[in-house]
Design a protein around this ligand. Structure first.
Ligand code: DX5
Ligand code: ZN
Length: 227
């Protein structure tokens, strides 16, 4: 099943409550929250108090993407603030296995993210424990960048490894996802699609969400037929 997770990085920050309610009503299954520390990535966004406020306003689960240098230091607090799914980068500091266990113990699902330069194999040791692998399809830090099609083999390699292990791990993609790229990533094995500018920049939201979903479903069907 394809899940759409609109990234609020491209939303109207002065009206966050209205924005998250609108995308949930438009059919989005999750809402994606990008946390940046100005160190792991060259940009600053939002932190724990905003996640806490969003939790009260958002009708669907919060999918929180940490782009910070020390995820282990803040993971528990982000879960307590209301993250339903908390994703951190393998390229950041700390023991990834330990961070996954901290997230689980605090009561959320755990995701492991890979920057474009990190190979698929780096995720393999975590496929038994993590709930989701996030394959970045742009360099993290900013919305509105161009989709990197050369990430599709990485998605395929992770999906194949999950099948080998008999694990139904979610594979999320983030960066440049829109009708067109959605079909390609879904065909490669991604099932959770983050979309910022192609949803919040393309109202009405229900049409934007449906256009991405339809494209992904088409890609998935074509891939299944050609198997
Ligand atoms: C980038 C963020 C993304 C970003 C995606 O570092 O992780 O979630 O908002 O934006 P689009 O969909 O516009 O590429
Ligand atoms: Zn993100």
């Amino acid at each position: 099943m394809i899940l759409i997770s609109p990234s609020i990085l491209s939303s109207d920050f002065a009206n966050l409550e209205r924005e998250v309610r609108a995308v949930a009503e438009a059919g989005a299954e999750l809402v994606h929250v990008d946390v940046m520390d100005g160190h792991f990535v060259p940009n600053l966004t939002i932190g724990i108090p905003v996640v806490e406020a969003l939790k009260k306003a958002c009708p669907v689960p919060l999918d929180v993407h940490l782009m910070i240098s020390e995820p282990g230091r803040y993971a528990e607090r982000f879960v307590r603030a209301g993250s339903d799914l908390l994703t951190f980068h393998l390229e950041s500091e700390g023991d990834a296995g330990q961070i996954i266990r901290t997230i689980h113990a605090a009561g959320a699902k755990a995701g492991v993210a890979l920057k474009p330069g990190t190979p698929a194999q780096a995720a393999f040791p975590y496929l038994l424990e993590a709930d989701m692998i996030l394959v970045m399809t742009v360099e993290p830090g900013f919305g509105g960048q161009k989709f990197m099609e050369d990430m599709c083999p990485k998605i395929r390699a992770i999906r194949r490894e999950c099948e080998k292990l008999g694990r139904a791990v979610d594979i999320q993609v983030d960066g440049g996802i829109a009708p067109g790229s959605a079909a390609k990533v879904a065909a490669a094995g991604a099932n959770v699609l983050v979309a910022g500018s192609s949803v919040f920049g393309k109202p009405p939201y229900h049409q934007a969400v449906e256009a991405i979903r339809r494209d992904a479903q088409r890609g998935l069907l074509e891939a299944q037929r050609s198997k």
